[in-house]
Design a protein around this ligand. Structure first.
Ligand SMILES: *[C@@H]1O[C@H](CO)[C@@H](O)[C@H](O)[C@H]1NC(C)=O
Ligand SMILES: *[C@@H]1O[C@H](CO)[C@@H](O)[C@H](O)[C@H]1NC(C)=O
Length: 260
């Protein structure tokens, strides 16, 4: 029965075609509702949303609000605006590594304080970050491989951050207000120097030198004054010693004159 055979084979092919067409429209549909290059999955019981390597230049809108883990790594995101992750009430992991982030607005991670466990900001372009960005955030944070400027601002910021223990030694000073720390790990540098007290220390030394200068001037003037006075006093004494004899002589002469 070649006809039936032909029909069966072709209907199977038709069915496959239809199936793939339905699948394709479904995929296309989901691709339009999700940001381009992103997909949702369930991994180990956690809902993950992956936008790794998706050529994103900003944090995408419309991330499903039940996302536990969000991967935005390997993109070209340059800055994180206020409230970028505000509608993600169960977010635990946030991976922003390998982007070009150089600026975090103060409220960038607002709304994540209670539940975020891990925040990866490594391999970005962060130089200085206001400490208020991390206020109330309890997440273990990876700040390694950024061109940090080691100064008081960084010191105050890092004091507030729960650093990821595995990454803390690779927070390097790209620049530093103390040149000798450039290229060194920040946590090592901060053992030698209090970046918030460098300025105060130099002013203290300047004040000490000035005071010492004044002190020596006053002392040398006193010494000079005393010496000068001693000289004067001696001269005066000599003068006084010489005085009575003259006086006596004149007195004598006057008495003589009166006698005469
Ligand atoms: C997500 O948003 C929907 C509708 O806005 C809401 O019903 C749901 O409770 C939200 N889910 C979470 C985890 O907040
Ligand atoms: C922190 O980031 C660096 C650079 O991206 C990476 O090599 C390291 O594994 C990260 N550490 C942790 C604990 O994730």
């Amino acid at each position: 029965m070649p006809l039936l055979d032909w029909f069966l084979r072709h209907s199977f092919a038709m069915w496959l075609l239809l199936q793939s067409f339905v699948l394709m429209t479904f995929c296309f549909h989901s691709a339009t509702t999700f940001p381009k290059g992103c997909y949702q999955a369930e991994e180990d019981g956690y809902r993950t949303f992956r936008c790794s390597n998706a050529q994103l230049t900003e944090v995408p809108k419309d991330i499903p609000n039940n996302t536990h883990k969000l991967y935005l790594d390997y993109n070209q995101i340059t800055y994180i605006p206020n409230d970028a992750f505000q509608n993600l009430p169960v977010l635990m992991d946030l991976d922003l590594s390998h982007n070009a982030i150089s600026r975090l607005e103060t409220g960038a991670f607002r709304g994540l304080s209670e539940h975020l466990n891990f925040l990866d900001l490594s391999s970005n372009k962060l130089v200085s970050v206001n400490k208020d960005v991390f206020i109330n955030l309890k997440a273990k944070t990876n700040l390694s491989s950024n061109p940090w400027l080691c100064d008081c601002m960084l010191q105050e910021m890092i004091r507030l951050v729960e650093l990821d223990p595995g990454s803390s030694s690779s927070i390097l000073c790209d620049k530093s207000i103390q040149e000798e720390h450039e290229g060194k790990p920040f946590l090592q540098a901060v053992k030698d120097v209090d970046f918030c007290n460098v300025y105060k220390k130099t002013t203290d030394i300047a004040m000490l030198v000035t005071m010492f200068g004044w002190f020596t001037m006053v002392i040398s003037y006193l010494v000079y004054y005393v010496r000068q006075n001693q000289e004067d006093a001696r001269r005066h004494l000599e003068y006084l010693k010489s005085l009575p004899s003259k006086q006596r002589k004149s007195e004598e002469s006057s008495t003589i004159s009166t006698v005469v």
